[in-house]
Design a protein around this ligand. Sequence first.
Ligand code: ARG
Length: 409
Amino acid sequence: MAEKVVLAYSGGLDTSVLIKWLQEKYNADVITVTVDVGQQENLKEIEEKAKTLKVLKHYSIDAKHEFATNYVFSAIKANALYEEKYPVSTALSRPLIASKMVEIAKEEGAVAVAHGCTGKGNDQVRFDVSISSLAPNLKIIAPVREVGLTRDEEIKYAKANGIQIPTSTNPYSIDQNLWGRSIECGPLEHPDQEPPEDAFEWTVSPEKAPSTPEYVTIKFKGGVPVAINEESLNPVTLIETLNKTAGKHGVGRIDHIEDRLVGIKSREVYECPAATVLLEAHKDLEKMVLTRHEATFKQQIDTQWTLLAYIGLWMDPLREDLEAFIDETQERVDGEVQVKLYKGGLRVVGRSSPMSLYDLNLATYEIQTTFNQSFSKGFIELWGLQTKTFNALKKKTSEWKSTEASKVV
Ligand code: ARG
């Protein structure tokens, strides 16, 4: 009897070829799974396509809500920007997709799971580490990594096996979810050249953006966004709405030289309108409510959290250890942030919070204030004590050194 293999299926050429490949080379009964993390694909069409390729069964799983609340919201709380630029959008979806594949593999009694990752990227690491953490006995098949078919070979194989070939000659490799759109390949592989306009779909070019700015007010509760312009929205709708609004103003284009975890430097282009706005707004609000000591320490925690998400170690216990700290700080991150979107740019222009540490009485330069300026003189005496001591010593020793030197001569 043929053994069952669960394949992560996107409906594209690569993974369609994989269905046939697994059936032919592994004599497998293929079960396809498409996990909806907000990639805006037609799930019905994907299912039909899988069925024409004679899969044993197909699963479409709507994981948008889970993705938004358990993955994206954690990333917001951690101000997650890999190498200060990339909101780890693709990275975040991988452990979730892996966990759905494992669930189905267990339910179906499959012996293996398969994915279409190459051997050059980060995604293979994220899938494999997540899958084998959740199900150590499940085999992982990654034919693209093992065989390394070129695009031409793939097309030839597809034609020979009755697989529909995409009519458009889109040169890009795309990965989409609620949190962003990753665009790779083709002309983007030349980092010295500006990305062509046709690489972008979620954002207009700043030149084509409206010539009047738009203000958006985002309300946060416990470190996560809950409303836009006074309207409470569920996490998925809120992110989708912001992707549209910010995209319309050309906000969220990212062009980045990225260090992949396998050592390769690559030029990555992203469109992450909602992520760009929400991360900026969240970071700003944190500055109002966290003490300086909390905020500077948290930066290190955030960087480490982001790294784990990027390098495929979502399942490492360190992530949850870090989240214990992060979540504690986020309890006070309540309030509203006003953002101005204009011609590809975004600026936070206002913020308010019931938990704010900003005190007008202290901060104002008006004379009548609760801040007692006469205390500052004594404070500065002590604050600079060691610095002054050192400099006095330096002066003394250099005078001493120059007299010693003149003696030698
Ligand atoms: N460089 C990004 C990352 O590692 C995006 C990867 C896009 N993946 C893809 N299969 N096209 O997360």
